[in-house]
Design a protein. Structure first.
Length: 410
C-alpha cells in the first residue's frame, strides 16, 4: 500500500512538471513574439534621436566656427574638406561618440555658395559696409573769444575715434554674419550648378545639409548606397519605408537653416544699426551747416553793432556841429538882427535834427547789441545741440561696429 502511494505521488509530480514546462514554453513563445513585434519601434526612436543629436552638433559647429563642417572620408570621423567624395559624419570633429560613425552626412559645397568654406581666406560679405569714409566732421571756425566748449571738443573727439576704429580696424576675419550672407545667396539660388540635392532623377530637393542613418539593417539602401547612382549621394528624405529601404534621413534646406541659426534676425539687426549710423552721420553734417549759420549770425550781428557805433559817432559829430552853428548865430546877433534871427532859427532846426539822429543812433546801437547777445545765446544752444548729435553718431556707429564684429555670438 505504501509503495502504491509512493508511486502515485511520484506520478503526480511528473504530470505537474510537464504542465509547468508546457506553460513556460507557451509563455516563452509569447514573450519572443512580443519582443519581435516591439523591436522596430524601440530602435526607430533611438535612430531618430541620433539624427537629432547629430543635427544639433552640426549647427552648433556653425555657431562656434562660422562655417559648417566638411564630411569625413571614413568612419574615423575627422572632417576632410579636400575630399569631394566624403560622405561620413565627422563625429570626432564634432565631439560626438563613436556610435555616430555609421551616419552619412552631406553639405552644400557649390562654388561661391560653399557652406563649409575656409573662413581663413573667405572675403567679408556682410553688408552694408560700415567702413565708408565718414569725412567732414569738424567744429566750424569760431571767432576769437567764441571757442567751442570742452563738451563739444570731447564729443567730436569721441566721434572721430569711432570713425578711426571703423576705418583702421576694419574687420578682416570672416564671421557668422558673412557665413549667413553665403547661406542667403544659396537660399536665393538653390538650383545653381553644383548645389547639393537629395532625391533621384525624377524628384529632388535642394538642401543645405543632410544626415542619413542606415536603418535597422545597418545598410544604406536606394540612392544612399555607395555607387548606387553616381549622380546622387543621398536619397529623397522622407522616402517611405519598405522591405528593401529602411534608411532614415534628416535634411535641412537653406531657408530653414537660416531660420534655425538666426541669420535673418542678426543680419537685420546689424543692417538696421548701420543705417542708424548713416542717418546719425547725415544729421551731424546738417547740424554743422546750421552751426556755421549761427556763427555767421554772430559775425553779422557784430558788424551791425560796429555800424551802429559808427552811426552814433556820426550823429554825435552832427550834434556838435549843429551846436557850434547855433553859437555862431547868437554871436552875430549884434550886427544884423533880422538875419541873425533867421540864422538862429535854422541852427535850432539843425540842432533838433542832430539830437533826433543821435537818439535814433543810440537806439540802433542798443538793438544791435541785443541782437548780438541773442546770436551768442543761439550759438551756445548750437554747441549743446552739437554735443548731442556727435554723441548720437558715436553711439550709433559703435553699436553697428560691435554687432558687425560679434557675428552670431550670443
Amino acid at each position: 500500500m505504501k509503495r502504491f502511494l509512493l508511486h502515485r505521488e511520484r506520478g503526480l509530480s511528473l504530470v505537474e512538471l510537464a504542465v509547468a514546462m508546457a506553460v513556460i514554453g507557451i509563455l516563452g513563445v509569447l514573450v519572443w513574439r512580443w519582443v519581435v513585434s516591439t523591436r522596430e519601434p524601440l530602435q526607430r526612436p533611438a535612430m531618430l534621436a541620433q539624427l537629432a543629436e547629430a543635427q544639433s552638433a552640426v549647427e552648433g559647429f556653425v555657431l562656434a566656427n562660422s562655417t559648417m563642417p566638411c564630411p569625413a572620408s571614413d568612419a574615423q570621423g575627422v572632417q576632410a574638406c579636400g575630399d569631394a567624395d566624403a560622405v561620413f559624419l565627422p563625429w570626432r570633429t564634432l565631439g560626438l561618440g563613436s556610435q555616430f560613425n555609421q551616419i552619412h552626412y552631406g553639405v552644400n559645397r557649390g562654388g561661391s555658395m560653399d557652406l563649409a568654406l575656409n573662413t581663413a581666406t573667405a572675403p567679408k560679405l556682410a553688408s552694408p559696409d560700415l567702413y565708408i569714409e565718414f569725412t567732414g566732421l569738424a567744429v566750424p571756425a569760431h571767432q576769437t573769444g567764441l571757442t567751442p566748449s570742452a563738451g563739444v571738443t570731447s564729443a567730436l573727439a569721441n566721434a572721430t575715434s569711432a570713425i578711426g576704429r571703423a576705418k583702421n580696424t576694419r574687420r578682416a576675419v570672416f564671421n557668422g554674419l558673412d557665413w549667413c550672407a553665403v547661406l542667403r545667396q544659396y537660399a536665393a539660388n538653390p538650383t545653381a550648378t553644383g548645389a547639393l540635392s537629395a532625391g533621384n532623377a525624377t524628384d529632388s530637393i535642394p538642401v543645405a545639409y543632410v544626415l542619413v542613418h542606415p536603418g535597422e539593417n545597418n545598410r544604406f539602401d536606394g540612392n544612399n548606397a555607395a555607387g548606387a547612382n553616381p549622380a546622387w549621394k543621398f536619397d529623397f528624405p522622407g522616402r517611405p519605408q519598405t522591405h528593401d529601404f529602411d534608411d532614415l534621413s534628416l535634411a535641412v534646406g537653406p531657408s530653414d537653416l537660416s531660420a534655425r541659426i538666426g541669420c535673418a534676425a542678426r543680419l537685420s539687426e546689424m543692417q538696421a544699426a548701420a543705417q542708424g549710423a548713416y542717418a546719425a552721420y547725415d544729421t551731424a553734417r546738417v547740424m554743422q551747416e546750421y552751426w556755421s549759420l549761427r556763427l555767421f549770425d554772430i559775425t553779422a550781428s557784430e558788424s551791425a553793432v560796429q555800424s551802429a557805433e559808427t552811426g552814433v559817432a556820426v550823429a554825435a559829430m552832427g550834434l556838435a556841429l549843429a551846436t557850434a552853428g547855433g553859437v555862431l548865430s547868437i554871436a552875430s546877433a549884434a550886427n544884423t538882427e533880422g538875419v541873425t534871427a533867421f540864422t538862429v532859427a535854422i541852427a535850432a532846426v539843425n540842432l533838433g535834427a542832430s539830437i533826433a539822429e543821435t537818439v535814433l543812433a543810440a537806439q540802433a546801437l542798443d538793438e544791435a547789441k541785443a541782437a548780438l547777445e541773442v546770436s551768442r545765446q543761439k550759438r551756445l544752444a548750437a554747441d549743446t545741440y552739437a554735443i548731442q548729435v556727435y554723441e548720437s553718431f558715436t553711439n550709433a556707429l559703435t553699436d553697428a561696429i560691435n554687432l558687425d564684429e560679434k557675428g552670431l555670438n550670443p
